[in-house]
Design a protein around this ligand. Structure first.
Ligand SMILES: *[C@@H]1O[C@H](CO)[C@@H](O)[C@H](O)[C@H]1NC(C)=O
Ligand SMILES: *[C@@H]1O[C@H](CO)[C@@H](O)[C@H](O)[C@H]1NC(C)=O
Ligand SMILES: *[C@@H]1O[C@H](CO)[C@@H](O)[C@H](O)[C@H]1NC(C)=O
Ligand SMILES: *[C@@H]1O[C@H](CO)[C@@H](O)[C@H](O)[C@H]1NC(C)=O
Ligand SMILES: *[C@@H]1O[C@H](CO)[C@@H](O)[C@H](O)[C@H]1NC(C)=O
Ligand SMILES: *[C@@H]1O[C@H](CO)[C@@H](O)[C@H](O)[C@H]1NC(C)=O
Length: 486
């Protein structure tokens, strides 16, 4: 009897595993959102939808990204560190003839090969000097968004060029509409039109909350107690983003897809205090390889997570999403042909077991002068910073009143004059806010980590940071940033 029963269970198991379809995946990136800019890390922020989703899933407590936009997005899309692709120096500027290397296969292409419909909405910032560099040539079935780092939220103009496209077509009819509304609508259209017998991959790379600081007034009015105008508007931008994510999940629920959807939410780098973003109590900001620039707010929610409502404290890096999501999508682990830097985090994430990642590189950039940090590595609990850490080296509290403090910047010359030793060493377990530099009393640990950093440095591809190309000029392309000049 018992034997028959277990036989039935085995059959049931086979049946279930045959029927188990890969989940839909919605990968949400918030631009320049700081560690302290979301409700689950800071109760002053009004993000009810994101907080609820995070509570139903797993909050990522040590999920690292690069200190700037293009490098992080490159990591999400390719699973390679930027220093293995020549993208470790600053970000891709609109006039530069460069893009994320064409021989590195993008995440949407891997998922497309597994049967996914693949769509992207929002910010690209991985180069556009030729069409081959752009989203619909790198694995996305559709694209609605912009190519560059930033632009006006309403006129979609940056540096004298219009930058908003529907696939390859210039989408001028959205001139005047706050981008978040158009992106929310585009996501809704994708979901409504989706054939649910296929898995969906939707990459939502929101413009919020990058500068310029612009938001419809009703969202700013949600924070009457913040006297500082910039921080009040910025907080409104965060709450508007939260509403858009709420709308997106409602659409998925209406279509009966929500419970079959794995949501990933992550910032692309730390907040930028100059534009009111905040990472307190972490040290530093966007541009630095301190934790404030690189430890991203984020969570996952969806099917297959065996333990929820907790924080996952394992180490992760942006490069891990590619092998992780390919595995979730039913692909091999590691993906066939993938020689990148990521590891599949799914077994650890879904069981909240210990992370297979024990070390990570924050960045390695030898191209002088730099604005972001020069080089840093973490091995276990220890972090070694080699040289200049990046522009914003302090601990910044959220601005509350006008002019309550000035943002300190650390330029290279100043750093070189003040520098006592080349290295800084922190124990992040005991000191996650990087107050106690242990380097002078622990030369052995410094040497060990420096040697490890050197082995990575030996594999570095030199930074590809070309001079501006005059043929990029929007005046030569009907007033828009347009491919076709490299
Ligand atoms: C967008 O609208 C503004 C204001 O009406 C106008 O100045 C600008 O030329 C428009 N841009 C495009 C690309 O149509
Ligand atoms: C949905 O996709 C399935 C499987 O690819 C296909 O058989 C079906 O015809 C599609 N339905 C529509 C309405 O396109
Ligand atoms: C969310 O949906 C509501 C109802 O359709 C709409 O009024 C609101 O503008 C949407 N919010 C955003 C940010 O798109
Ligand atoms: C979920 O975790 C529990 C506790 O570790 C374990 O007993 C159970 O087998 C796990 N379930 C799955 C589906 O992995
Ligand atoms: C999250 O990280 C902080 C250090 O910043 C640590 O104190 C805390 O225990 C971690 N949370 C969990 C649940 O591991
Ligand atoms: C900020 O800098 C300005 C100009 O240097 C100075 O006048 C002001 O006192 C500073 N404010 C604070 C709070 O330090």
């Amino acid at each position: 009897m018992a034997g028959l029963f277990s036989l039935c269970l085995i059959y049931l198991g086979i049946l279930l595993s045959v029927q188990a379809k890969p989940p839909h995946i919605v990968f949400i990136v918030a631009d320049d959102l700081g560690w302290n800019d979301i409700g689950f890390n800071n109760p002053d922020m009004k993000t009810p939808h994101l907080d609820k989703m995070a509570g139903e899933g797993v909050i990522l407590n040590q999920s690292y990204v690069q200190p700037l936009c293009s490098p992080s997005r490159h990591s999400f899309m390719t699973g390679y560190y930027p220093f293995h692709a020549g993208l470790q120096h600053r970000v891709i500027m609109p006039e530069q003839p460069v893009c994320s290397p064409l021989d590195m296969q993008f995440l949407p292409k891997y998922l497309k090969d597994l049967g996914y419909a693949t769509h992207m909405v929002g910010k690209w910032h991985l180069g556009f000097c030729k069409w081959e560099c752009t989203p619909t040539h790198r694995g996305f079935d559709s694209f609605f968004g912009y190519y560059n780092a930033q632009e006006d939220y309403y006129t979609h103009d940056w540096k004298g060029g219009y930058d908003l496209r529907q696939n390859e077509r210039l989408a001028t009819e959205f001139n005047g509409t706050y981008s978040l509304y158009s992106y929310d609508q585009a996501a809704a259209d994708i979901i409504i039109n989706h054939n649910t017998s296929e898995p969906l991959f939707l990459y939502m790379a929101f413009q919020n909350v990058h500068d310029p600081i612009e938001v419809p007034k009703k969202y700013e009015d949600m924070y009457p107690n913040i006297q500082n105008e910039g921080r009040r508007k910025f907080s409104g931008m965060v709450s508007a983003l939260d509403e858009a994510v709420g709308n997106l999940t409602d659409k998925l629920a209406q279509k009966g897809m929500k419970d079959d959807t794995l949501f990933v939410f992550t910032a692309d780098n730390g907040g930028w205090p100059l534009y009111y973003g905040n990472n307190y109590p972490l040290r530093g900001a966007k541009f630095t390889i301190y934790e404030g620039g690189t430890r991203a707010a984020g969570f996952v929610r969806g099917p297959g997570l065996n333990v929820t409502g907790r924080r996952f404290d394992g180490l992760m890096h942006a490069v891990d999403w590619l092998p992780t999501l390919v595995s979730v999508g039913g692909g091999e682990s590691p993906p066939v042909g993938y020689k990148g830097d990521g590891v599949n985090m799914w077994p650890a994430l879904s069981q909240l077991s210990s992370s297979p990642r024990t070390e990570l590189v924050y960045n390695i950039d030898d191209l002088f002068p730099y604005e972001e940090g020069h080089a840093a590595i973490r091995v276990g609990d220890y972090k070694l910073i080699d040289g200049y850490p990046g522009l914003y080296p302090e601990w910044y509290k959220p601005q509350s009143v006008e002019k309550d403090y000035n943002i300190t910047k650390l330029d290279i010359e100043q750093f070189e004059q003040e520098q006592v030793s080349r290295y800084q060493l922190y124990n992040l377990k005991d000191d996650p806010t990087e107050h106690n530099d242990l380097s002078s009393n622990n030369p052995d640990i410094v040497n060990k980590l420096a040697a490890r950093l050197k082995t990575y440095h030996d594999t570095m591809v030199p930074a590809n940071y070309p001079l501006p190309n005059p043929f990029s000029n929007p005046k030569l392309h009907g007033g828009a940033w347009t491919p076709g000049w490299c």
